[in-house]
Design a protein around this ligand. Structure first.
Ligand code: NAD
Ligand code: ZN
Length: 362
């Protein structure tokens, strides 16, 4: 069992990584004074792992309810929150009740958001079941839903009480979702140092080639980077946390423009490549350095849908992203591995060029 603590002024919490951290979750819940527990489960996870989940959650001392959720980006909305609130209300959940999310990033974001707003906030726990949610979204306390064709437009910062990672959930994950998880790991490789860069790159190559891999070798370094950043800048105030958005200004626009046919991580792959091109267009990295990075990652599959997206529309979508309401688009730019610059403005022409250059890699 590996343990990482997300250290915060208040509400520090553990991340446990093991073959069966669910039993630790049950022990933790049983040690709290919890009146009721709602377990929000991704319907696909229930399909593959129902007996394992039933067996473990049977150990809960408090009354628990199962709530199945269809995890799609189009369902990550306020209507679904309403349904969850309605369920909580009609089953007399109170301030001492708790929510557990068992699913990927979509389930985790919506479960976290409802937990943060129901009765001004009740405790919640994350059990991530996708590679993307294990390396990224289950940690850090960003919750939210999409609104008015904008990604994560409504949301809160609200930390879980614990994150319980069971790598065995990955056994049932479709290959496309594995590639989507690669998107965030690709991002993390640029965020810390050369040692982590080489380590993550090597592991990513093994995943792409479907070689036998030890997922713990990937999950732990990514979460160490993330928890370290979140500990220093929980609510993105000093700006440090913004580096986690590398590639995301592009990625969110790709997702919206593809009408969510692109998965989040697939869009992030395209977005990180665009950020590398933009870093060179703006003169932050040399052309040689850019070539080196592109060459290092030539094994990554870039989704073909990215090729068909219209640059001009992507640009308009970026303009309406929540972080750009001032009318200026801000980017996270790379100067070197572990040397990231945030809030960089760029001319439209350079932005469009970066997208065009990324498309040529597809
Ligand atoms: P997801 O939750 O949609 O899961 C992907 C697909 O895999 C779904 O169809 C789901 O039903 C299925 N699935 C989940 N676990 C499975 C399993 N073990 N076996 C088989 N199928 C399984 O997507 P995701 O990639 O986990 O998360 C993407 C979302 O996370 C996006 O909405 C993104 O905005 C959000 N996100 C949030 C943060 C954050 O900090 N809060 C960070 C990154 C991404
Ligand atoms: Zn992301």
């Amino acid at each position: 069992m590996k343990k990482i603590i997300v250290k915060l002024k208040e509400n520090s919490y553990p991340i446990l990584i093991s073959e069966n951290s669910l039993s630790s979750l049950i022990n933790k819940l049983n040690s709290q004074e919890i009146s009721k527990c709602l377990i929000i489960i991704d319907r696909n996870v229930e399909k593959y792992h129902s007996s394992y989940l039933r067996k473990n959650f049977a150990g809960l001392n408090c009354k628990s309810y199962k709530y199945l959720f269809n995890a799609t980006e189009l369902n990550k909305n306020l209507k679904q929150c309403y349904n969850i609130f309605k369920f909580l209300s009609s089953h007399y959940f109170d301030r001492n009740s708790s929510i557990v999310s068992v699913g990927g990033g979509i389930t985790g974001d919506i479960a976290g958001f409802t937990a943060s707003t129901f009765m001004r906030g009740i405790s919640y726990y994350q059990v991530p079941t996708t590679l993307l949610s294990m390396v990224d979204s289950s940690v850090g306390g960003k919750t939210g839903v999409n609104f008015d064709n904008r990604k994560n437009f409504i949301g809160t910062f609200y930390q879980p009480k614990g994150v319980f990672i069971n790598s065995m959930f990955l056994d049932s994950l479709p290959q496309r979702e594995v590639v989507s998880g690669i998107g965030e790991i690709f991002k993390y490789s640029f965020l810390s140092d050369y040692k982590n860069y080489s380590r993550l790159k090597k592991n990513l190559e093994s995943i792409m080639n479907k070689k036998e891999i030890n997922y713990k070798d990937i999950i732990e370094p990514c979460l160490k980077i993330k928890s370290n950043i979140v500990s220093q800048d929980e609510k993105e105030i000093i700006g440090l946390r913004k580096i986690l958005n590398l590639g995301h200004t592009f990625a969110h626009a790709f997702e919206v423009q593809s009408n969510y046919k692109l998965k989040h991580g697939e869009a992030v792959i395209g977005g990180v490549f665009c950020s590398l091109f933009l870093s060179e267009e703006l003169g932050y990295i040399s052309t040689d350095k850019l070539r080196e990075f592109i060459n290092d990652y030539k094994f990554i599959t870039i989704n073909k849908r990215l090729k068909n997206l219209d640059e001009e529309r992507i640009y308009q979508s970026m303009m309406s992203d929540k972080k750009n309401l001032s009318g200026k688009i801000k980017f996270v730019i790379l100067e070197d591995i572990g040397k990231i610059v945030v809030d960089v403005l760029a001319d439209k022409l350079l932005i469009l060029n970066s997208i065009k250059r990324m498309k040529k890699l597809v």
